[in-house]
Design a protein around this ligand. Structure first.
Ligand code: PBG
Length: 331
């Protein structure tokens, strides 16, 4: 027993909901949440993702509806992932002006506004894995390895296509060296100086991405991503990556996944002077949904606790598939 007891009693401030609310250190608001959304080319109907109950591969129409609901709930932003009808070695659908993400961006920009009048921030994932027939995040050398520098040219071109279609923020997620600089140069060269970059600076080679690969139909056909994504054993490397990306022009940086990497979120928040996002990924979502379905966990409380914890660790924004639902609960 502390010598200060019985004078000092921490429980005094936990006695009533109003007291707890007043002294809460971490607040979660709808504007902190970003909703990742999938849109599939030539989909007749929205397709449920089996391993992510409640998540859909949208049609253009169902995307508009769901994006409208998200904006109405006050979510801070939407980040789009496209699933093209046809894939090839170069991932041509990614920078086609009529590629699925570009079409969806134009729809959403006209519905929700883009620029100063926007109801929510329109963002894009900028990568090739959804678009290549081999499922890798870049183009390949004849030997079947990812060609880092050739991939940068593809990313630059994708950034332009996305910016021209109305993206306010592009999110390069392929973990190629030099990607942020290549994209910034391309955007600026084309006059898109106002388009911001949310760099997936810290991206671990994670088993928690499993369900996403069903959702985005992008499992690598051979090999894995551990030659470009980071080793979960490393932390210093993450600080190096964020500092490099900021140097190359990143406006915001991201840590991914979130839940198993809260120490990294905290260290990044303490290191950089730009907004920090954390991505609560598909596996984090699926685990909670699956346990809740079995009645093993209180779903709603677990969702809000996980989001609060990611904020407490230092994330300014959280990308989460529960964004609309959580935003509604918060407002
Ligand atoms: C790559 C990308 C991935 C995710 C987001 N962007 C997959 C990967 O790197 O394998 C995973 C997101 C999630 O699991 O929710 N375009």
């Amino acid at each position: 027993m502390s010598a200060q007891f019985p004078v000092v009693r921490p429980r005094r401030l936990r006695r009533a909901p109003a007291l707890r609310r007043m002294v809460a250190e971490t607040r979660l608001a709808p504007a902190d949440l970003v909703l990742p959304m999938f849109v599939k080319e030539d989909a007749g109907e929205p397709q449920p993702v089996q391993s992510m109950p409640g998540v859909f591969q949208h049609t253009r129409d169902s995307l508009r509806k769901a994006a409208h609901e998200a904006a109405e709930a006050g979510v801070g932003g939407i980040i789009l992932f496209g699933i093209p009808a046809v894939k090839d070695g170069a991932g041509s659908g990614a920078d086609d002006p009529d590629g699925i993400v570009q079409l969806a961006l134009r729809d959403l920009a006209s519905d929700l506004g883009s620029g100063p009048d926007a109801a929510t921030v329109l963002m894009t994932d900028l990568c090739l894995d959804e678009y290549t027939d081999h499922g890798h995040c870049g183009v390949l050398t004849p030997a079947g390895e990812i060609d880092n520098d050739a991939t940068l040219e593809r990313y630059a071109s994708i950034a332009l296509a996305q910016a021209e279609a109305g993206a306010a923020v592009v999110g390069p997620s392929g973990m190629m060296d030099g990607q942020v600089g290549a994209i910034r140069t391309a955007l600026d060269g084309a006059g898109h100086t106002d388009v911001a970059i949310l760099a997936y600076s810290v991206k671990y080679a994670s088993a928690y991405y499993g369900p996403f690969r069903e959702a985005a139909e992008c499992a690598p056909q051979f090999g894995d991503r551990s030659t470009h994504q980071q080793d979960p054993a490393n932390a210093e490397e993450s600080l190096r990556e964020v500092l490099l990306d900021i140097d190359e022009g990143a406006d915001m940086v991201m840590v991914k996944p979130a839940g198993a990497y809260l120490d990294i979120v905290r260290r990044v928040r303490d290191t950089v002077r730009v907004p920090v996002a954390a991505y609560q990924v598909s596996g984090e979502y699926a685990m909670v949904e699956a346990a809740a379905e079995r009645g093993w966990i209180d779903r709603d409380r677990t969702i809000m606790e996980s989001l609060t914890s990611i904020r407490r660790a230092g994330a300014d924004m959280v990308l989460t598939y529960w964004a609309t639902e959580a935003a509604r609960r918060l407002s």
